[in-house]
Each structure stands twice: as C-alpha cells, then as structure tokens.
Ligand binder design. Structure first.
Ligand SMILES: Cc1cc2nc3c(=O)[nH]c(=O)nc-3n(C[C@H](O)[C@H](O)[C@H](O)COP(=O)(O)O)c2cc1C
Length: 124
C-alpha cells in the first residue's frame, strides 16, 4: 500500500469542497490517503489490503489519543476521480480510503453491538 499524508490546509479544503462526506477534513491535523498499486495487485485483494491498513491506522491513532474518521473512497467514482486529480495519482494507483486524523472535540459513548444471532457455528 501507499500512504499520502496531506497536511496542506488548501488541499484539505479542496477535498472537503469536492467531497462533503469529508467536510471536516480542514479542521483536522491531517488526512491520510491509503492507496493500492493496481499493477501489483495480482490477487485482486487491493480493497481488503487497504481496509486492513486503514483499520490499523485507526487503532494506532486511538492508542495515541487521536481521533479519526474513515472516509470511504473506492468504489465511488466521483471520490476516486477527485483524489486522483487533487493528489496527482498515476493511473495504476487506486485510492481506497481516506483517514482524517485530529484531536477529537467530543467523546461518544460506544454502543454494545455484539449480537449472538450473527455468529454461526459450523454452518449457517
Ligand atoms: C467503509 C467506510 C466508509 C466510511 N465513510 C465515511 C465517510 O465518507 N464520511 C464519514 O463521515 N464517515 C465515514 N465512515 C465512518 C462511519 O460513518 C462511522 O462514523 C464509523 O464507522 C464509526 O461508526 P460508529 O459511530 O457506528 O461506531 C465510514 C466508515 C466505513 C467503515
């Protein structure tokens, strides 16, 4: 995977303008665009690889006392096009997701979501 760390407020503002789903990006310290190289993706697991990398970023940031928002990019064409243009990505590079990183100004209660009905043993 490749990681583009974006700290430039002007670029973060452009991202927020073009992608309302990440409208809070300019208020954060940085954004990390997680990208995969399609030329090296022989197995077709670029989304899984990118998502695992994003989850690791979220967990590491949390441990460092930082807040994050995972902003989905692929497969939304408009978002892929926007990041490709704004970040000058070559044609073989696919932006999978964008992680906005900053200091959270609120803490939310974490709901209990475990549902035993969703766990299946041996068969569905
Ligand atoms: C694949 C994926 C894409 C997401 N895209 C966005 C997004 O574009 N903008 C956003 O504000 N949050 C996005 N989120 C974050 C979710 O909206 C939500 O805040 C996060 O998953 C935490 O959920 P929870 O509050 O239910 O625990 C995304 C989450 C995932 C897993």
């Amino acid at each position: 995977m490749h990681f583009i760390v974006i700290k430039d407020k002007t670029v973060l503002e452009k991202i927020a303008h073009e992608q309302p789903n990440a409208k809070f990006a300019p208020d954060a310290g940085c954004g990390i665009l997680v990208c995969g190289d399609k030329a090296l993706d022989e197995e077709g697991y670029i989304v899984e690889d990118g998502s695992a990398a994003i989850q690791n970023i979220l967990l590491s940031a949390y441990e460092m006392g930082l807040g994050t928002v995972w902003c989905g990019v692929y497969p939304r064409e408009q978002r892929v096009e926007s990041f490709t243009r704004l970040c000058g990505l070559p044609s073989n590079i696919l932006p999978v997701g964008f992680v906005v990183v900053g200091y959270a100004d609120e803490t939310k209660e974490v709901p209990e979501r475990f549902n035993a009905d969703c766990v299946h043993w041996e068969k569905w």
